[in-house]
Design a protein around this ligand. Structure first.
Ligand code: FE
Length: 250
């Protein structure tokens, strides 16, 4: 667990060690504002009891007002039913996936608390703080959102910025870190076109930390600028598929 931002009324915490070796490593993030909590990408069934217990050591579970699922993958959303059962929280996910998520086993009486986010994004009030859901479609899921917290200036980017195999909480050297991100982005991110659209949108935001759902967080303006430059020039996804369905240069 690491607190990545803290002031008298606001705290951002992330967990990077609640997954086991056989599953893809995944981070779970909390935004605590005054006495309300937003849990981002809480994870699947094995993570669920551990994360619930860890949050309970920090703040009562009843303070969880919202859950956010960046997209539909099991490492994000599989335990949605449990979270909805033990809290009164509303859970936000793109409307593209709201009718698929019940296949993970959402009880009918809980389904009304699964709230669709429209394609163009939305805002959420966490107490008196406005949190932004930023469209990030095809990065990687066709329905996908990032979260911007204007107090901590953290941009939560889901699978974008994910690194595999690096156990550091924080990226030390972004140039050296690319080797942990490259294969993942080349295969899971849809195309360079959508990366460029995203970079052009995000470069105008005041961001101090990029916090992905896998691997290390990226801190500092210089590292973030280099990260955006790398994405802007990355060939990935359909850019790397040949006419005979061969995946090129991964
Ligand atoms: Fe994913």
């Amino acid at each position: 667990m690491l607190t990545i931002f803290e002031n008298s009324e606001h705290k951002n915490i992330f967990f990077n060690d609640l997954t086991s070796e056989t599953m893809v490593q995944a981070n779970q993030h909390l935004i605590i504002h005054k006495d309300e909590v937003l849990v981002l990408d809480p994870g699947g069934h094995k993570v669920y009891p551990k994360l619930l217990s860890e949050i309970g050591k920090i703040i009562p579970i009843s303070k969880i007002k919202y859950l956010f699922f960046s997209h539909q993958d099991p490492d994000i959303v599989a335990a949605a039913n449990g979270w909805l059962m033990v809290t009164d929280a509303k859970a936000y996910i793109t409307g593209l996936w709201t009718r698929f998520i019940p296949h993970f086993g959402i009880d009918d009486y809980l389904i009304d608390r699964l709230i669709p986010i429209k394609d163009e994004g939305d805002t959420l009030m966490l107490g008196d703080l406005k949190i932004n859901f930023i469209p990030a479609h095809f990065l990687h899921s066709p329905g996908n959102f990032h979260v911007y917290d204007p107090v901590s200036k953290i941009l939560y980017t889901g699978d974008l910025g994910a690194s595999i195999g690096c156990k550091d909480f924080v990226v030390e050297d972004i140039d050296d870190h690319i080797k942990y991100m490259e294969a993942f982005h080349k295969r899971y991110i849809a195309s360079n076109k959508v990366l460029r659209i995203w970079v052009d949108m995000v470069k105008n935001l005041d961001v101090d930390i990029i916090a992905p759902q896998h691997g290390s967080i990226i801190k500092g303006k210089d590292n973030i600028r280099k990260f955006l430059d790398w994405l802007y020039n990355l060939q990935c996804g359909v850019d790397l598929i040949s006419d005979n369905m061969k995946i090129l240069s991964i």
